[in-house]
Design a protein around this ligand. Structure first.
Ligand SMILES: Cc1cc2nc3c(=O)[nH]c(=O)nc-3n(C[C@H](O)[C@H](O)[C@H](O)COP(=O)(O)O)c2cc1C
Length: 245
């Protein structure tokens, strides 16, 4: 717990597959990708993302923190660009994600949105976000608002992710971190701990069942219709070949 001086010893234990009492739950470390939305050297959304990363590691997760520096604006380069590939690969790898954006003009930042815009909903049969769990957080310069977390939830729905109920909004973020970049003890810090704990629990439950949960009637219907069309086209072709023989 030395890396987490503001967590009360004995009050936080890592949720594990065993604690769910369900032998069908996979036991490997939950894989969590963390995205944040600022390029400022002193960014508080980055500091909050790092705090989330420490907690997730303590709770048994394997984590990756994506650095949005050098990620070009959407469509200004081909998707083969190394930074785009790194982001897509990390999203594919993940079983859950944490999204942390500052509030700017009442909504999330372009830096944050650009990262999501680079993630294809579907490319072939590959879906880098679908079925992953999602925790949303924001930092505010002023009083507490929920504009960003609400927008992130909409974005998460669009990316077909499973957003957990809890969330964090840190008001006057400049007051909440010390000179070492660590979050000071406060109810806001405790909320971040709650959110990370809940994310791990939901990820243990959802991963391995994602394909079942996101399987949709309308898409199966489309596949059945496409198969019927292909079979009909094949039959016509065979008939034509027979006639011309
Ligand atoms: C142009 C501009 C607009 C901002 N708009 C808001 C806002 O609408 N709501 C808010 O709470 N903070 C607002 N802020 C304050 C930022 O959210 C705050 O500085 C935050 O720490 C920036 O994130 P970062 O530290 O990760 O770079 C704004 C700041 C700037 C420069």
């Amino acid at each position: 717990m030395s890396n987490l001086p503001n967590v009360t010893p004995g009050a936080l234990t890592a949720p594990t597959a065993a604690s769910l009492n369900d032998s069908s739950v996979a036991s490997h470390r939950p894989r969590i990708l963390i995205l944040y939305g600022s390029l400022r050297p002193q960014s508080f959304s980055r500091k909050l993302a790092l705090e989330a990363q420490r907690l997730l590691e303590h709770l048994g997760a394997e984590t990756r923190l994506f650095d949005p520096h050098e990620l070009p604006m959407l469509d200004s380069v081909p998707s083969s660009h190394p930074k785009v590939q790194e982001l897509r690969e990390a999203s594919l790898w993940s079983e859950g994600q944490v999204w942390v954006s500052p509030e700017r003009h009442g909504t999330l930042t372009a830096v944050f949105k650009n990262q999501i815009d680079w993630l294809p909903l579907e490319e072939g049969s590959v879906r880098p976000t679908q079925g992953r769990t999602l925790a949303v957080m924001q930092v505010c310069g002023g009083s507490q608002s929920f504009n960003v977390v609400n927008s992130l939830r909409v974005l998460g729905r669009w990316m077909r992710m499973v957003a957990i109920p809890n969330q964090s909004s840190v008001p006057k973020a400049w007051q909440e971190f010390d000179e070492n970049g660590r979050m000071k003890p406060s109810p806001y810090y405790d909320r971040v701990v709650d959110v990370m704990e809940e994310l791990i629990k939901f990820t243990l439950l959802v991963r391995g069942r994602s394909d079942y949960l996101v399987d949709r009637y309308s898409e199966r219907k489309g596949a059945v219709e496409a198969a019927a069309l292909a079979a009909a086209a094949g039959a016509v072709e065979a008939l034509n070949e027979e006639e011309s023989a």
